[in-house]
Design a protein around this ligand. Structure first.
Ligand SMILES: Nc1ncnc2c1ncn2[C@@H]1O[C@H](COP(=O)(O)OP(=O)(O)OP(=O)(O)O)[C@@H](O)[C@H]1O
Ligand SMILES: [Mg+2]
Length: 304
């Protein structure tokens, strides 16, 4: 089932074309990363999906619905954070959620469940102002999922966190995805997207420049580097390996071959089966970050 579908969605501020005819689809159960540098149009796009920002042109559907009235209705199935919610510093995390639950008309049972998901149960009775930044962001996530939404939309959920804080957010998001939630999140943190998302769209200057599953994007980017006593025989055998994509090349005495997955063991076994033993087998894995930098900066200077 398609959960989000945009078609030529466009937002122009007076002089600025913030979002330029973007079309993408998010299917049920995907953890979809909306990846782009600062000012690329991520927040504007999310604002349109949430009904905060009015599109200049184009359209979108949520849960197959479009139009003001229908969207208003299906947005009950959406949990979102666009900005940090204003929690009361002198109240506990629990009491802050209780206020949020009242506003949303959500029963108290969901407060405990949400705290559990974001791993704040043990600190729920402590005052908000004693929370670390990571805990504050997890409480915001708890508020977002209070209504047990089918679609969770998050604008830069790991922004400003240290690696440990990011790991916690990542684990929670992966877990929500495993529970069948559809998640749409924006980020400029490529490595994070690579590790928690199933699908990604890369946005740059308001345009989507690439859209794929993370698996496909990474698979296209695994490059093995081989060294051995007989580079010619090694190159020939590696080039005939069924998992090789395209031709081998020689680089600084090493044979370099692009693979369709990251299973170096299979390549090694294949070569050994042909009597070729390598002295070095390594992976030059282009991360999503490398791919992203290439496609977002190609031919132009990076936007300030
Ligand atoms: N209310 C507004 N009025 C005028 N221009 C705006 C407005 N909101 C955003 N813009 C412009 O639209 C473009 C896209 O902004 P947006 O906030 O959507 O980007 P972003 O990808 O979320 O960036 P960041 O990573 O910095 O959060 C930017 O050039 C921004 O300056
Ligand atoms: Mg933004």
């Amino acid at each position: 089932m398609t959960i989000i579908e945009t078609r030529d969605l466009t937002k122009r501020y007076r002089r600025q074309l913030a979002v330029d005819r973007i079309s993408f689809t998010v299917e049920a159960g995907q953890v979809f990363g909306f990846l782009g540098p600062n000012g690329s149009g991520k927040t504007t796009t999310i604002g349109m999906l949430l009904g905060i920002t009015t599109p200049t042109a184009g359209e979108f559907r949520l849960f197959g619905e479009k139009g003001r009235g229908s969207l208003h209705r299906v947005r009950r199935r959406v949990g979102a954070t666009l900005e940090q919610p204003n929690f009361y510093p002198y109240l506990s995390g629990y009491d802050n959620l209780r206020i949020a639950a009242n506003v949303k008309g959500v029963g108290a049972a969901r407060i405990d469940e949400s705290l559990e998901v974001v791993r704040l149960t043990g600190r729920a009775r402590d005052r908000y102002r004693t929370y670390s930044l990571g805990m504050k962001q997890r409480l915001a996530l708890a508020a977002t999922i209070l209504g047990d939404p089918d679609l969770i939309i998050l604008d830069e959920p790991a922004n400003g966190l240290d690696p440990e804080g990011m790991r916690e957010i990542r684990e929670i998001i992966v877990e929500l995805g495993q529970r069948g939630k559809t998640i749409f999140l924006s980020s400029h943190l490529l490595h994070e997207v690579e590790r928690m998302c199933t699908h990604v769209a890369v946005i740059r200057k308001g345009k989507i420049i690439r859209q794929a599953s993370v698996h496909d994007m990474l698979a296209a980017n695994v490059v093995a580097e081989l060294r051995g006593p007989d580079p010619v025989a090694l190159g020939r055998a590696a080039g005939e390996y069924p998992g090789a994509v395209g031709a081998c090349r020689e680089d600084d005495g090493a044979v370099v071959v692009r693979l369709d997955d990251s299973d170096l063991g299979a390549l090694n076994r294949y070569l050994a089966g042909r009597g070729i033993y390598v002295s070095h087998l390594g992976v030059r894995r282009r991360s999503l970050e490398d791919a992203f930098m290439e496609i977002t900066t190609a031919g132009e200077e990076v936007a300030a």
